[in-house]
Write a protein that binds this ligand. Structure first.
Ligand SMILES: C[S@@+](CC[C@H](N)C(=O)[O-])C[C@H]1O[C@@H](n2cnc3c(N)ncnc32)[C@H](O)[C@@H]1O
Length: 245
């Protein structure tokens, strides 16, 4: 990885160059309209270019970097459980910020464990449970076995179901995933811990925020700059876990 610091000048210059010199994809034959649109957007997206340049596994790294730069969630020595970790871009950010490799011998060493339905290419400093459904009690028990009694400081969920195209159904499915990670966070977090999850806006957004407020002192909605403006995606950040009363 070249550098974990992201640089607005780089983004701006890449962005400008993509405006003046828009890439028109070749070989579009056989692709449907939405697949063509996706390819065109990828080829002209400054974050996709920057992710390649900085050796992140996906552009999604910048969402966590931007949120963490703003809110300072991740710190050296923390225990992080990441739900929906593949291909591992958020994990790259988490490993660096909690010093789980450890890169800095003078700072406390953290732990990062990531789970995904699909397999994940190994990453030094992280432990992956690939091919596992986070919502299964057996998977959660494997995480706990690995942690050997250590409480979790940060639960991250970027889990997303396969989109069906039906907005309300997709919303309900992602909210159910967020509830699953919330339940885990509430049961296994250290007092003061944080929970960050991705949702797609919809009729249950208000309800899950209210439920979060029962367990966390602060809950806020964040839309980082790298999250596409035409996407219903938002992030809920819960801070200062109060414990179970
Ligand atoms: C947007 S991607 C995550 C990207 C990741 N944060 C990164 O930066 O590389 C969403 C992931 O959630 C995973 N996922 C969806 N449902 C899941 C579940 N029940 N258990 C574990 N992973 C799940 C998907 O397999 C997919 O890889």
């Amino acid at each position: 990885m070249k550098s974990l610091s992201f640089n607005w000048t780089q983004i701006a210059s890449l962005s400008t160059s993509s405006v003046t010199c828009k890439v028109i994809p070749k070989n579009l034959k056989g692709r449907n309209k939405s697949s063509q649109d996706w390819l065109q957007r990828q080829l002209n997206d400054p974050y996709v270019k920057l992710a390649k340049y900085e050796h992140y596994r996906a552009r999604s790294a910048y969402k966590l970097l931007e949120i963490d730069n703003q809110c300072k969630i991740l710190k050296p020595g923390q225990v992080v459980v990441e739900c929906g970790a593949a291909p591992g871009a958020w994990t790259q950010v988490a490993v660096s910020r909690v010093n789980s490799l450890p890169n800095d011998k003078d700072k406390p060493q953290g732990i990062v464990i990531g789970v995904d339905l699909t397999s994940i290419h190994p990453l030094p400093g992280a432990t992956f449970l690939g091919g596992k459904d986070f919502t299964c009690p057996k998977t959660q028990q494997q995480i706990l076995d690995f942690l050997q009694g250590r409480k979790v400081n940060v639960v991250l969920s970027d889990m997303a179901p396969n989109a069906s195209g039906t907005k309300a159904l997709d919303h309900e499915n992602i909210i159910n995933l967020s509830y699953s990670a919330l339940r885990f966070a509430v049961q296994h977090s250290a007092i003061g811990g944080s929970y960050l999850c991705k949702i797609w806006e919809g009729f249950m957004s208000q309800k899950i925020s209210e439920d979060m407020r029962k367990f966390y002192k602060n809950v806020k909605t964040i839309k980082p700059p790298s999250s596409r403006s035409d996407s219903a995606e938002k992030f809920l950040l819960c801070r200062n876990f109060l414990g179970i009363k």
